[in-house]
Design a protein around this ligand. Structure first.
Ligand SMILES: Cc1cc2nc3c(=O)[nH]c(=O)nc-3n(C[C@H](O)[C@H](O)[C@H](O)COP(=O)(O)O)c2cc1C
Length: 431
């Protein structure tokens, strides 16, 4: 595949983000990577956009590669997109995606900006990779980058629709999904959608109907569970969660949209999960939703489903609604869940996940005397990622800060700061 990386960082070759793409180029030698220094050479492209247009014409996949700058992309990349639009060129046959690095502060608005602008240009824009600045230096971050690339290629090859709608001859036995629903006798349509999913999904599915489970009531905030997770209710709900639902390899929820949410029964289900406090007990388990109703119009519900997956460390494999072709939507969800299960796909958390967990981290640390179960979990899972524990980085920053305050040294260093910062990334590429 001809891949064009539009490097939106004004740091050019010294861009940290670019090094994720350079890493992927090494790991995927079957594809051909070209690079455009859009961020660094924007004034040249303003004068003559022809070289950029030629590169864009050749590309099959356009990768917007940029640092998040103040909620969005750098102004240079913003300008480059303006130039793309002003060129009058038809980009609708192209696919696009994005790679960003940042500290995840509002990376979501930057990614949405790229998606919306790709949509303006008629391009199909696949979900991007939003990495932390340091991710590519770690084995975990490198795996996430490779998996993401596989996921992009898998989608481009059409695997997302291939086989959708075909019932597998026999169910595979090594994984099992659960569909949690609040079905009533009147829910004919939703029941049909669930049946359809069970039919096309190649693994076994269990169904848990929370309408039938005798939940005694909603959470009453008694904090009985704070010490050891024991709920004051004795209705078997925590056991249903821990010994049944959470033991599955994938968790799906099936509901009809009601009052702009999943309905009050599901709200009771969610609140009662407080018996697990703030512990991300299903971390790594992919999620999916089967939804009856006009999901695309429910902005708040969409944010909620994404945020829930993000904070829990779950990959949201998709939301199949009955808007448009319900069977095709369900087929796509089934296939994407299979991809996630078979690749253990778990991309980095974005602002919703990272930001949400920082709030919980601070809260649990402060309340550790009371919330013993959460405290133990956060400690054992390394979720107390207080920056003050990174002594080496802190001291290195003091040193660089002192050097930068010295006028003579600063003048001597010139623009060498970025060259210094990129050292570990260059080393990683060589290794
Ligand atoms: C002007 C400016 C604005 C920034 N804004 C954000 C931001 O909104 N969110 C964030 O998480 N990081 C922000 N950052 C940090 C960069 O996104 C981060 O350092 C990035 O990894 C740099 O990538 P690069 O080396 O490819 O340019 C900002 C940095 C600069 C210089």
């Amino acid at each position: 595949m001809e891949i064009l990386v539009i490097n939106g960082s004004p740091k050019g070759r010294n861009s940290i983000t670019l090094h994720t793409c350079l890493y992927l180029e090494k790991k995927f030698p079957q594809h051909h990577f070209e690079y455009l220094a859009a961020g660094q050479r924007i004034h040249a492209y303003e004068k003559d956009f022809t070289p950029a247009l030629e590169a864009l014409r050749k590309a099959e996949l356009i990768v917007f590669c940029y640092p998040v700058y103040t909620f969005l992309v750098p102004s240079q990349l913003h300008r480059f997109i303006e130039l793309m639009k002003a060129s009058g060129e038809d980009f609708s046959a192209k696919a696009a995606t994005q790679v960003s690095t940042s500290k995840h502060f509002y990376d979501i608005t930057a990614h949405r900006f790229i998606k919306d602008n790709c949509a303006d240009m008629g391009m199909r824009c696949l979900d991007g990779l939003s990495a932390d600045m340091d991710d590519i230096l770690t084995p975990r971050g490198q795996k996430q980058a490779r998996d993401w690339m596989d996921y992009v290629m898998w989608q481009l090859e059409g695997a997302d629709v291939a086989g959708a709608g075909l019932s597998p001859a026999a169910k595979k036995a090594d994984k099992r999904a659960v569909i949690v629903t609040d079905l009533t006798a009147e829910d004919v349509k939703l029941k049909g959608m669930i049946d359809r999913f069970v039919e096309v999904f190649p693994y076994e599915c269990d169904i848990v109907n929370i309408r039938e489970f005798p939940i005694q009531g909603g959470c009453i905030s008694c904090f009985n569970c704070a010490g050891d997770g024991t709920c004051a209710y004795k209705d078997g709900f925590p056991e249903l969660l821990r010994e049944n639902i959470h033991r599955h390899d994938a968790i799906l929820y099936a509901f009809r949209i009601q009052d702009h949410s999943m309905g009050s029964r599901f709200k009771m289900y969610d609140d009662r999960q407080f018996c697990n406090g703030h512990r991300t007990v299903t971390m790594g388990t992919p999620f999916g939703y089967i939804v009856e109703g006009e999901y695309s119009k429910e902005e708040n519900l969409r944010l909620l489903l994404e945020a829930r997956a993000q904070v829990g460390g779950n990959f949201l494999a998709g939301v199949a609604s009955d808007e448009g072709d319900a069977d095709a939507n369900i087929g796509l969800l089934s296939n994407t869940l299979c991809f996630a299960l078979e690749h253990q796909y778990c991309p980095p958390q974005n602002f919703l996940g990272v930001g949400g967990m920082k709030i919980f981290r601070d809260l649990i640390y402060m309340m550790r005397g009371l919330m013993r179960a959460d405290h133990k979990f956060f400690k054992s899972h390394g979720q107390y990622d207080f920056p003050q524990k990174k002594w080496r980085t802190s001291w290195a920053m003091y040193l660089v800060g002192a050097l930068m305050r010295n006028k003579k040294l600063k003048a001597k260093m010139g623009g060498k700061m970025n060259e210094g910062m990129i050292g570990p990334y260059e080393k990683m590429l060589k290794q």
